[in-house]
Design a binder for this molecule. Structure first.
Ligand SMILES: NC(=O)c1ccc[n+]([C@@H]2O[C@H](COP(=O)([O-])OP(=O)(O)OC[C@H]3O[C@@H](n4cnc5c(N)ncnc54)[C@H](O)[C@@H]3O)[C@@H](O)[C@H]2O)c1
Length: 248
């Protein structure tokens, strides 16, 4: 069977909804046991319960703010205690703030970098220490590969994730493969602002050769490949799932 994840344990940050939840579902569909993690315990429990029921795997919720070292250490300890090990870490938690440089405050900058970049560092550091062998998948963005207007800190954070993926892949080889996925515009609550503004949506889609918005499942499918033995010789890469956004 290709993409067999039966018995693997996957920790996915920011996974109560959106892309993180889509990845959790895709991994669970291949048999992985799942740790749903997000900032509120109640939301984690709800998503975990649904996944356990739907895919017949173990799924638990553990609250964690990825920019807090204490929370991150507690998350990884609890994952190992409750599900015995960590095989797969998906660094998905992230925030998007669209403001031009002149409106972006120092506090905005710090918050975005703390969640999107420092969060990946803290989670990878804490999880890799506890992993024997396995896969780490970082959720970057097209905004880490090309410029995305009016999002200076977001672009910096995601560009940082893309190159930290290469460094982490070097440092953790041959034990752990580290790769990143760069989503284009995906249908989640993060992109509600686009769906509400039909003109902006049309303008945005004009830059997408495949002409439509992606779904969390599109990211989940690549995450399954990167989490599985099928990608054992792939490391340090960032793969765009963006309908062609970054090829022109
Ligand atoms: N939706 C898109 O078009 C798109 C495009 C490119 C990249 N991304 C990236 O994909 C990832 C998921 O985004 P999404 O679209 O599902 O957004 P989303 O807002 O639906 O989900 C993000 C989740 O992260 C959680 N989160 C935020 N701050 C956190 C923190 N400090 N600690 C733990 N959890 C936290 C939120 O509570 C939320 O559940 C993000 O890293 C985002 O930057 C999204």
């Amino acid at each position: 069977m290709m993409f067999n994840l039966k018995g693997k344990v996957a920790v996915i940050t920011g996974s109560r909804r959106g892309i993180g939840k889509g990845i959790a579902e895709a991994l669970a569909e291949q048999g992985a046991n799942i740790v749903i993690s997000d900032i509120k315990q109640k939301d984690c429990d709800k998503t975990a319960k649904n996944i356990a029921k739907r895919y017949n795997v173990r799924a638990i919720g553990i609250e964690c703010n990825v920019s807090s070292r204490d929370d991150v250490n507690k998350l990884m300890d609890a994952a190992v205690k409750k599900l015995k090990k960590i095989d797969i870490l998906v660094n998905n938690a992230g925030i998007f703030v669209q403001k031009p440089m002149k409106e972006l405050s120092e506090e905005d900058w710090d918050k975005i970098i703390d969640v999107n970049l420092k969060g990946v560092f803290l989670c990878t550091k804490a999880a890799s220490k506890r992993m024997k062998k396995g896969k780490i998948i970082n959720i970057a963005s097209i905004a880490g590969l090309v410029g995305y207007l009016n999002a200076p800190a977001y672009c910096a954070s995601k560009g940082g994730v893309v190159n930290m993926t290469r460094e982490n892949a070097l440092e953790l080889a041959p034990k752990i493969n580290v790769n990143a996925i760069a989503p284009g515009v995906i249908d989640t609550p993060m992109t509600d602002f686009l769906k509400k503004d039909k003109k902006l949506l049309r303008q945005t889609l004009a830059g997408v050769p495949l002409g439509n918005v992606g779904k969390p499942k599109d990211i989940g499918r690549l995450a399954v490949y990167l989490a599985s033995a099928e990608s054992d010789y792939v490391t340090g890469q960032t793969i765009a799932v963006d309908g062609g956004w970054t090829i022109q």
